[in-house]
Design a protein around this ligand. Sequence first.
Ligand code: FMN
Length: 184
Amino acid sequence: MTEPTAPDKKPFLYVVVCAAGVARDVGKLITAAQEANWDVGVIATPQGLGFIDATAIEAQTGYPIRSAWRSPGDPRPLPPADAIAVAPATFNTINKWAAGISDTLALGILCEAYGMGIPTVALPYLNSAQAAHPAYHQSLDRLRGMGVRFGSCEPHRPRAGGAAERFRWEEALDLLEPLVSTAR
Ligand SMILES: Cc1cc2nc3c(=O)[nH]c(=O)nc-3n(C[C@H](O)[C@H](O)[C@H](O)COP(=O)(O)O)c2cc1C
């Protein structure tokens, strides 16, 4: 559990966005989180940047989107996270995160979150061919063992155009609710 936030300061949620088609709708999660009293900053994977409207998201959050590492000596563009929601979470990022690979800023933040005790949830969005790979289930098991909670969206059929209508962005907040005590 994170330290209590000062009474006049909202808790800060990092939304980590990966490169899946549904990422274009991440504004829905930002809106829901802001309505639930979170301040929000977005961290996109380098591939994920191509799936989102950066200008619209920066206007919505009031913070720059982070994707690359800052230069040494540069100020940190975002406040520290009180919680993290990875949405959408790709096959690629889930497996690399579980393996402790930290070759994107998003993965660096995720890999450190466990040691820093930051409550973290993830909404995977992938197809059934990806989900069939044995590494994926091992990754979920490892991350669950680290306290990460996962959304319930079932993998969609490959090359079937996804299942964006079944992706429930607000589930990230539902999953976080029992993990945080400062969001209300
Ligand atoms: C149009 C398009 C849609 C994609 N949708 C998904 C998806 O739903 N889930 C997924 O895991 N990967 C998807 N991918 C593949 C990922 O973009 C790819 O694995 C990428 O390396 C993931 O990078 P990231 O995990 O760093 O964001 C998609 C790729 C493209 C081009």
